[in-house]
Structures are given as C-alpha cells and as structure tokens.
Design a protein around this ligand. Sequence first.
Ligand SMILES: Nc1ncnc2c1ncn2[C@@H]1O[C@H](COP(=O)(O)OP(=O)(O)OP(=O)(O)O)[C@@H](O)[C@H]1O
Ligand SMILES: [Zn+2]
Length: 709
Amino acid sequence: MATDAYRIRVEGMDCASCALKIETAMQRLSGVADVRVSYSAGTLALRFDQDRISPSTIDDELCSLGFRPQAIASSPSSIATERKRLPWWQDAKLQSVMIAAAVFALAFALSQLFPAFERWLYSAAAAICLIPIARRALIGARSGSPFSIETLMSVAAVGAVMIGEAEEAAVVIVLFGVGEWLETFAAGRARAGIESLIDVVPRTARRLRDGSDEVEEIPAADLMIGDVVVVRPGDRIPSDGKVIDGHSDVNEAPITGESVPVAKAVGDHVYAGSINANGELRIETTNAAADNTIARIIHLVEQAQETKAPTERMIDRLSRWYTPAAMLVALLVIIVPPLGFGEDWATWIYRGLATLLIACPCALVISTPAAIASGLAAGARKGLLIKGGAVLETLGKVKTVAFDKTGTLTLGQPQVTDVVSVIGQDDAVLARAAAVEGNTSHPIGQAIVRAAKARALQTPIVFGGSQAVPGKAISARLKDGFAFVGSPHFAAERTTIPPELATTISGLEHEGKTVVVLISGKTCEGVIALRDEPRPDAAGALRQLTSKGIAVVMLTGDNARTAQAIAGQLGIEARAELLPDAKLAEIRRLKAVSPVAMVGDGINDAPALAAASVGIAMGGGTDVALETADAALLNDRAHGVAELIALSQATLGNIWQNISIALGLKAVFLATSLLGVTTLWMAILADTGATVLVTANALRLLRWRASAS
Ligand SMILES: Nc1ncnc2c1ncn2[C@@H]1O[C@H](COP(=O)(O)OP(=O)(O)OP(=O)(O)O)[C@@H](O)[C@H]1O
Ligand SMILES: [Zn+2]
C-alpha cells in the first residue's frame, strides 16, 4: 500500500476538544492512518492511501466539521505573512457572540412592550441562537464525537427553556460564545511561543544585483543559494550563509539562546535570524529559505508538538469517557431525588443541567498539550531543542546522566603533547603514524595528522586504504609492511611492549593524556601522547546535576588511567576501556534501573544515544545535532544538560498543576451544583474559566529561565 504524508494547518481549532473531534473524525475516514492533531500548533498531520482517499476529501471533511484547512508555508517569512491575524473585531467567534447578544437584546426590548409574551420571546431567541451550536453538535455526532461541548450546551439550553428558565438559557448561550472567544484568544497566545521564533527572520533581504554594487530589496523567501545579501549593522541576517566580506559581532541568540555576540569574519558561517551588531557584512546565501537552520528548528518544534506525550494520551482516553460519565451523573441528579425522595422536579432538573454544563472536558484535555507546547517553545528559544512531549516527560524523570568523554566533557580537540620514539627519531614516529591516520575521521588521528603538518613532516606513502578497528586502532600498509596506531591495550594484544616503554605510557596516562602506540609488524616503534582539555564549564555543569540528585557517569573508550585522571578533575565516576558494544551494554544496564540520558556529540556515538531513554546531542554543530538524538543542545554548553532537565521538570510540574486546576474546579462546581448554589451561567463561566486558567498557567512556562547557571 502506497501512502502519502499530508500535513496542513487547521484554522478554527481553538479548543482542545476540537482537536480531539478532528482526530476522531479523521480516524474514521477509510484509507487514513497515523493521524496527529496538534492543538498547540494548530496542525493536522496524517498518512493517506492514494488509492482510497484524496487530500481534497480530507479537506472537505474538515470544512464540514466547521474548520478551515490551509496549506503550510515552508519558510518562516511566508509563515509570518500567512499567519497575519485579523483584527479582533473581525473574529468570527466574536461576531457570533455579538449577534446572539443582539437577538437577546431585541427579545428583551419586545418583552417590555408585550409582557405577556415574555417567555415566548426569550424561548424563540434562545432557539435562534442555539441553531449554529446544535448544528455543530450534530455534525460532531455524525463524525464520531456525540458527546461534544456543543451537545452538552444544546441539551442544557433546551432543558432550561423547558423548565421555564428561557432567560437563563439566553444568558448561558451568550456566555458560551464569550467563553469560546476567550479560548480562541488563549489558543492564539499559546501559539505565540512558536511565533516568536518565526518573527526573528526578516521578511525582506537586501540583495546585491549581479556583478554590480546596487542593492535591491526582495522578499527573504525568494533568496536563492548563491545570492549575495548586504546586512547593515543592527539588521537581522535574512538567510543562512557564509561571510564573504566584512567583519562584525553577531548575536546568535535566536538559534543558540546565547546572547553573547560571536565575532564573524570572512569565511564564517552565519544563521538566518541572528542580529548583526556593528559592521556591514556581505553574505553569500548557502540555504534556501525553507532550509535555514531557524526554519528547521521551527519545523522540528511544530512536529514535536504534534507527537503526544504519554500523559496526554492518558488524559485523552480519560476525557473520552469523562463526558458520557458526567452526563450520566447529570441524569442521576435529575431523576434520583424526585423519584427516590419525592423532591421537587424543577429544582433538580436545574441542578442536573448545571452539572451537565461543567461536564465539558476542555480544560482537562488542554492541560497537558498546552504545558508541553510552552515547554518545547521555551526550550527552543534557549537553544534547547526537544523532539516531542514524550522526550520531555522522560527527561523530567531522568535519574542518571551518562556522558561520552570526547567532545562532550572535553573539547574534543586533542593536541599531541609528547612523542616518544623507540626507533630513534621522534619525527619518524609522528610521520609514520600520520601516514596511517591519513584519512581518519577519529579526533586522535586528526590530531596526529595536524601535528605532523605543523612540524612540516614528509609522510611516507600508504598502499591501499586504511582499516579501522573500532574502539581500538587503525591500520594501513606502508612500504615496509602493515603498521598500526592503536591503544596500548591493543598493542599488548599484538605484541609485547618493552617494560621501560610501558612505564612511560602509564606515566603519561596518569597525567590525563591519551596514549597511542605505533606498531610495525611486531615491533613497537614509539608512542604518541595527546591531551584533550576538559570543557571549561564541564565541572560546574556536572555539579549542577549532582546537586539535583542526579547521578552522573562518564563512559569512554579511552584507557582507565587517562579516564580516571580526567574524571578526577571533573569529580565524576568513570567507566573506561569500553568498546562500542560495551558502551551500549552499560547504557542498557543503567536503563534497567531508572531512566538514563546519554549525552554525546552525535557523531560517532549514535547507537549509544539511541539506546538511552533520552539521547542528547551536543557539540556536534547544529546540523548533525538537529537530525540525530531526542534532544539537542544548540548552544554547545555543558550546562544545557541541567537546563534541559530543569525545564522538563518544570513542564511536568506545570502539567500536574493544570490537571489539578481542571479537575479541582470541576469538583468544586459539582459539589455546589448539587447543593443548588451554582446557577447555569456560573457553571458555563466555570468551564471556560478553567480552560483560560489552564492556558494562562501553561503560558508561564514561556518565561521559564534556568535558575542556576
Ligand atoms: N584512529 C585511531 N587512531 C589511534 N587510536 C585509536 C583510533 N581509533 C581508536 N583508537 C584507540 O581506541 C581508543 C578508544 O577509541 P574510541 O573511538 O572508542 O573512543 P573515543 O571516541 O576516543 O573516546 P570516547 O569514548 O571518550 O568518546 C582510543 O582511546 C584509542 O586509544
Ligand atoms: Zn470547552
């Protein structure tokens, strides 16, 4: 079966139960799978079978439910234009509230003139205003959501009219409209988290006309790869690109969350959305608008918001039976006291209707996605990229963080410090080792090659390619046979290391240096020691984690003495000499006890990152980090790990506050309705009030700041 992905923006999805309604309706269409609706991003994503259904059928279904499907723009600047908001007085919800209010005002005026018809006038007005709501209730019922808020409203309003409370029915309908309008407003605010990212990309760019010095202003979305743009001091950079002229300090906060300016000169890479501080720059565009780093971040955050967290799934399931159950309770409230205890019918019908109105699950359904959306957006603004609510939830529960050593706790740029030769000349050892490492991507090998270049050494010829022995060594054929550069362990497996050399090696290792041995045939020709400095902020970042009661451990393929020396400096426990498989096994072992986060540079430790409960990529540059791992630190600071965990914990806390607010308010109002204290209009206000409160509480997360850093 060939399936296609379909992703659109849905206008009018302003209440979380709307999102559920769309989800249910889509799941019922045949030929549709993987339905994901994000209330917080306002998007719908699904896969469909071309042979059985077409996108236009899907769009029609959305329209019949009362929503407006819209294509998603691919670049931030066009998203910004696309999302241009209508002025508030043109809002459709507000207009329908105004119409309802006008109809009731008319009924009121007429009833002053014809007091005898008062009841009829209000009933007629209620009926007119109920029509659109009842229609939505019917459409919802037909597409699989019979117990929507519209159904509850319709039943309550009809019931109120029937017991002679037409006036109150009128007030409730108007208030319902006001509530819906408030929810739209709140939903808009909740989406502001992402919009603040979109807004950093300028709409226009000053492009240099081919071969001349003339500048023309064009939409940033129309920039093409190779175009040269001129960015004046104070302007935002319109596209990812390479500086070809000028130098300046650039604030990359929109991408990395770090507002310390970075000096940029010819040849340096710059990101769309960053702010050019003081010098004019000419930049050659390297990415099309939709491929800019910031565009990819926005896209990832939106997609992250579409994936549901476990708590959210639980709440969704809960809310699917919550409403029918509440309706049942309302029914019992209506019939039990009069039938069982001879109480007054009118009183208990009224109380039952109030109970019905507070049965709307909106606030509950919204509690989790609203918090997660804010948490994800707050993270993205600080350079903490989290790929979904599930990751956020797991991160908040992490008890152990495992760090890869190279490039994560250390800078990942080892420098050759010592060369010890057995065959005579130091330079010969370095040159031969550099030849073997000629094409390696391993940081140790690259450092050796750099050192040989720095000494302007002539490297011997290599025959054929090189062979890596992962976690151990690399080999290549030189003129006089095969040579290996590898760990002392590996050397000891192949040959005997002379005792005095072994002493030298362990001495160097005690200093925290990594030592590799050059072997040719069966002879040890010499050793090379390298030093990789710990990141300046590593020790502080680790302390931040341990002070929160999180265990930290360093995993490395390096030898135990070197690992110990570095771990000692950082105050961390180390597991050393782990071959790639052993790293995986170690992660699995830790994970069996409690959730584990693994932090790596995302380049050569992808399997370990994947095996952990949460894989966090850092230091690998934005490109790799963005695509691999569950979370990424775009700012390349070790502190980011503690911040990620703190943000996740704050989000989890916020979720539980929201659930408590939602359920707590319902409980209070259920009690007061039974006691007869709650009026219908109070019940409807309590419902929308809870939704607005929950949204407002979730929005607090947007202002989240890492406390200690
Ligand atoms: N290309 C190579 N040249 C020389 N030594 C190598 C090479 N590849 C691996 N080794 C040896 O194997 C050891 C382990 O390598 P591995 O790649 O597993 O760890 P690493 O990436 O250096 O460190 P970490 O596990 O902390 O990231 C290295 O310390 C080194 O001694
Ligand atoms: Zn609602």
